[in-house]
Design a protein. Structure first.
Lengths: 301, 301
């Protein structure tokens, strides 16, 4: 692993409400504001952040644009852009960097999904992030790791403003809802991530199992183009809720109420995620596809 | 039963999108626009209505105010009120009445909920509506009937603009999502309601079983008032998803992440519905309580 990945993290930000209607993270950050002891560790300072206050207040995903797609440098440097979320992104970049000169920050960003994805840790391919995620998976076997190669998508997310970061994605849960089970899982995952960062800082983090499965982002799958007069197309019942199950060519992926079926056509197997995520309708995204690889093969790319 | 309830319905409106982010009804109305034969019956004309087009377009519940609370005459007559939904309500009243002078209309309004309510028919206490709902329940044993005494709440809903009406409420499903199972249930329920109206018109509707259970609306239960600095309170895990299960004094109904529990205090048993409905957070409503009575006792009130 590159040397930099071994440097300790001085500050960890626990972030909720990057999407204002994903209430699990908002509630946990509010709770930890009252009960900080469970998120404190000896080797770093833990800070709390409600990242999109206006969207949280309105219980909507965003005001002007998706905050978690707003951290590209070219966007932040465009002074003509006065979108609320771009302003927030500029402030968060300052918070993560300028306020802690010379210190290294780690961001844990709490999300939920309407897809049946269980508990997913989302990372880029930086070894330190993957090693921390792999450690959490060793403690919680139900956790999956969903990784993105460098791209505008991953470089524009909130975590890109920190030196290290993991997105926590839990579902299914509706937008706008707080539910005991999702809260409990998110709370447990955060504790494990904090423990893993602590171990990383102490250089006691176990070498990750090279066979750990990583789901590497491949591409989005869009709803089929239909004339606006046509009957609506939706996720096929054989695919609904089958996040992380292998998908092969010929498997049905869409249907309509007339009984028409659209099969999957493409390389096989792929592992679908974010199936029928409510927030992605506006982009016409039905689900995303990943390739299942090992941590070893990812790190040797 | 009063004589009027025996008069036939000449026109039935199938309504979707009264709440623009409840996509099941929107999708079905779009589908039926392409395939009308399954919603046609001999004894009445069936019309389709997407009731809140701007909210549907934006995939949000409403633009200015809840359309399903906008049909009170005193609101419609207040010409200073220019809320989008009040304007829509005025147009829908015209559509239901003035365009069909002397004809009787029935509205089937399609909704979804994030609560685990299964399949619910919502009615006022007018005998014809209850008889039609009871007939559907005889065909589909999983259907429950949730009834409201005359009140601003029931008199302000879209169905109040028609001579008869039933609200269909299906859950759990997140807002903004279309899913095969919810579509299939809604489609089946609508067919049964149409068949029951057809039987009503032919005077062949079976006399309803007097022992049919009706859940009569009692009151809302609000989240406990807490200082804004306090940890958030949410539905207790023993209550989450327990819609229509009896609730007795002392049962836990709320909890927070510190382990504090709030018990139910009030008359017992009551039957909770709309537990943890996303749309009701803005009104601070955690769930509603009903009394379980028989159709016979409701009609004799």
């Amino acid at each position: 692993m590159p040397l930099k990945s071994c440097l300790p993290f001085d500050t960890v930000y626990l972030v909720g409400g990057t999407h204002g209607n994903e209430r699990t993270g908002v509630s946990l950050v509010q709770h930890w504001g009252q009960s900080p002891s469970e998120i404190q560790r000896e080797t770093f300072a833990t800070h709390l952040l409600l990242s999109n206050p206006q969207a949280i207040e309105k219980n909507i995903r965003f005001i002007d644009r998706d905050l978690n797609r707003s951290f590209l440098p070219r966007l932040l440097e465009d002074r003509r852009n006065i979108d609320y979320e771009v302003g927030r992104a500029r402030e968060i970049v300052k918070t993560f960097s300028a306020e802690h000169p010379g210190k290294r920050t780690f961001a844990i960003d709490l999300h939920t999904t309407t897809a049946r994805m269980g508990t997913t840790l989302i990372t880029n391919t930086v070894p330190a992030n993957l090693a921390i995620a792999a450690q959490v998976r060793q403690k919680m076997a139900e956790v999956r790791i969903y990784s993105f190669d460098a791209s505008d998508r991953i470089n524009s997310c909130l975590r890109a403003a920190a030196d290290g970061g993991i997105g926590v994605e839990i579902g299914p849960i509706p937008q706008g809802v707080v539910r005991h089970d999702t809260l409990a899982i998110a709370r447990q995952v955060v504790r494990q991530i904090l423990d893993a960062i602590d171990a990383h800082n102490r250089k006691t983090l176990a070498l990750p199992d090279e066979e750990t499965a990583v789901y590497l982002h491949d591409r989005h799958v869009f709803y089929p183009q239909q004339p606006s007069s046509a009957a609506p197309v939706f996720v096929h019942q054989a695919l609904q809720g089958q996040d992380y199950h292998p998908l092969s060519a010929g498997h049905p992926i869409f249907q309509n109420l007339d009984g028409r079926i659209w099969p999957y056509e493409g390389p096989s197997p792929r592992y679908p995620v974010f199936i029928n995520e409510a927030a992605y309708y506006r982009e016409n995204i039905a689900f995303s596809l990943t390739r299942r690889i090992t941590l070893a093969s990812l790190l040797s790319i």
